[in-house]
Design a protein around this ligand. Structure first.
Ligand code: AMP
Ligand code: GLY
Length: 431
């Protein structure tokens, strides 16, 4: 099978790594990819949001399967573009239709979907510039802290957690009147604050059946102890120790099953990943958000644990026969530590030379923002540069191996958080 994977991050390197191991994969292309994906497939210089270019490439290279890594092409309707073109409608697309992708593309749509299907989530209301005064009154009826969410895609920056009523009101005005997040904040969801521990749960669905992938936890803030600015993710751990059988049964019964049933009942074409951001509130799961793709850097700790042939899983996803598949998962723990450019997530340098150090047994490096220059030198090319994932029989051991590998890697200004997984270890000690 010829496979085209869209995206350029660590998520795509981890997915590409698994696809390349499949007996069903003859050729793997990644667009645009990074220096890591170039080691497992062929990078293609192409913008994943340029559907015409992607379609022409697919025809010319006899692509059988399109795997979509990031959300933007899905929200813009790449699955529909392929389905409606006679030259492309036989390509298996892993990723939902535009309507399905609205679960991530519009917070208001996602909240209304959850409400229709009785899926536990924070109480909410949605406001626009015309209903600003009502929004302010709604805030007055809530308790601090206040959660404001731009309705549309805002590159992961559209959620504000405000400590007091005055700042919540002023940010609400900025979002609605001054379009603080552009058109994404023309509508704003205000919701009840949920307090608890977050985790990420992933399902692969063909629209009727689903397979639950291993759970993971990511670390979003730049600073240790979850301080400082939000980032794309500074590390991840899979599985999540507190997501035991009992908790995961609640997640499946209360959230995953009603979600898949809801998609089916509403006749939404959804063949791909559902990423459910959850809050564990005293043992009960609540949905914080849906994403319509895998997480980054969660994929870098979830995918190394998949022992099943992912291309086989994808094929059954596209054909609607996922019921016939079983998922084989490595029981070991994966710990992923992200290394970033100095200054990230604010302004940072690109083009610094990376030295990789020695390979280590049981540790995989996934590239995020990297490229090679004409002489083949490996250079930084993004904020998140690369991560190391180790598999081991315990979380402390996996963390140790991952950090050891990171210590061998250098570039000017390289930064990592030294406390990935520490909150989980503390929790385990308390139990
Ligand atoms: P989202 O983009 O919806 O995932 O929101 C970004 C982050 O804001 C989440 O990962 C949570 O840490 C936090 N967050 C979002 N919604 C809530 C909520 N209702 N209560 C508490 N924290 C929230
Ligand atoms: N790690 C969170 C995300 O991919 O959105």
């Amino acid at each position: 099978m010829n496979i085209l994977l869209l995206g350029s991050g660590g998520r795509e390197h981890a997915i590409a790594h698994k696809i390349a191991q499949s007996a069903h994969c003859s050729q793997l292309f990644i667009a645009p990819g990074n220096a890591g994906t170039a080691e497992v497939g062929k990078n293609v210089e192409m913008n994943p949001e340029d559907f015409e270019a992607v379609g022409q490439f697919a025809v010319k290279n006899r692509i059988d399967m399109l795997v979509v890594g990031p959300e933007a092409p899905l929200v813009a309707g790449i699955a529909d573009y392929f389905a409606s073109n006679p030259l492309l409608n036989n390509v298996m697309v892993i990723g939902p239709s535009r309507q399905g992708a609205m679960l991530e593309g519009s917070k208001d749509y996602a909240k209304a979907f959850m409400q229709r299907h009785g899926i536990p989530t924070a109480a909410y209301r949605t406001f626009t510039e015309d209903t600003l005064a009502e929004g302010e009154r709604f805030l007055e009826g809530l308790q601090a802290p206040y959660v404001l969410k731009a309705d549309g895609l805002a590159a992961g920056k559209g959620v504000l957690i405000e400590p007091d009523l005055a700042s919540a009101k002023s940010h609400l005005r900025e979002m609605l009147q001054q379009r603080k997040f552009g058109e994404a904040s023309a509508s704003v969801v205000i919701e009840e604050y949920l307090s608890g521990i977050e985790l990420s749960v992933f399902a692969l669905t063909d629209g009727n059946h689903y397979l639950l992938l291993p759970s993971a936890k990511d670390y979003k803030r730049i600073g240790e102890g979850d301080s400082g600015l939000n980032t794309g993710g500074m590390g991840s751990v899979s599985p999540v120790p507190f997501a035991d059988k009992e908790f995961m049964k609640k997640v499946e019964d209360r959230i995953v099953k009603p979600t898949v049933r809801g998609l089916r009942d509403e006749k939404i074409d959804y063949r791909g990943f559902i990423f459910i951001g959850l809050m564990n509130c005293g043992g009960d799961p609540y949905v914080i958000e849906y994403n319509v793709r895998m997480g980054d850097p969660e994929t870098e700790s979830v995918f190394p644990r998949l022992k099943s042939d992912v291309v086989e899983l994808f094929e059954n996803t596209a054909r609607g026969t996922l019921e016939s598949c079983r998922l084989d998962v490595d029981p070991r723990t994966a710990a992923c530590v992200m290394m970033v450019a100095g200054g990230y997530p604010e302004s940072y340098r690109k083009g610094d030379t990376i030295t990789l150090g020695n390979e280590q047994e049981g540790v995989t490096l996934y590239h995020c923002g990297t490229r090679r220059d004409n002489e083949g030198r490996l250079l930084t090319n993004g904020g998140r540069v690369m991560c190391a994932t180790a598999l081991a029989t315990s979380l402390p051991e996996a963390l140790l191996k991952s950090y050891n590998r990171c210590h061998g890697i250098a570039w000017e200004g390289r930064y990592l958080r030294r406390d990935i997984g520490q909150d989980l270890l503390k929790l385990m000690q308390q139990q």
